[in-house]
Unconditional design. Structure first.
Length: 134
């Protein structure tokens, strides 16, 4: 399973705008939460999961999300090698799926950016969070 960007769409008519993402299957999602960054220089990460999936979509502002595969969870490679970079912005309803076996970092592109995070395991049911310095 690879990292996948599911592109959303938009419909606008005289009533207003509708954002949608018909390619996103939300059935595995067990919990959701938001992260808001007021500071664009803050980088949250590296963090990742061996067995959990994460899906991200931006609610307001924008985020740069860096993702890389991990082969050794005790000493992962934290350089830019094999790093994919995604730019997610509000108003598109794009959903970025990060499958197990990857680490990621988040950086707001503008103040007060907010990202919605979805996970496929309820909180406290796994001991699967790995954190590393940026």
């Amino acid at each position: 399973m690879n990292v996948q960007l599911l592109q959303g769409g938009q419909h606008t008519d005289q009533r207003g705008s509708l954002l949608f993402n018909n390619g996103f299957d939300a059935s595995p999602v067990k919990r959701i939460y938001t992260i808001e960054h007021n500071n664009t220089s803050l980088i949250r990460g590296w963090m990742g999961h061996e067995i959990e999936n994460r899906w991200f979509t931006v609610v307001s502002g924008g985020f740069q999300v860096k993702v890389k595969p991990v082969s050794d969870w005790l000493q992962p490679e934290l350089d830019e090698k094999d790093t994919a970079v995604f730019t997610l912005k509000a108003g598109a309803l794009d959903v970025l799926h990060i499958p197990p076996g990857h680490i990621f970092s988040l950086q707001a592109l503008e103040p007060s950016s907010k990202i919605l995070v979805m996970a496929d395991h309820p909180v406290g049911t796994t001991n699967d969070e790995h954190r590393y310095p940026v």
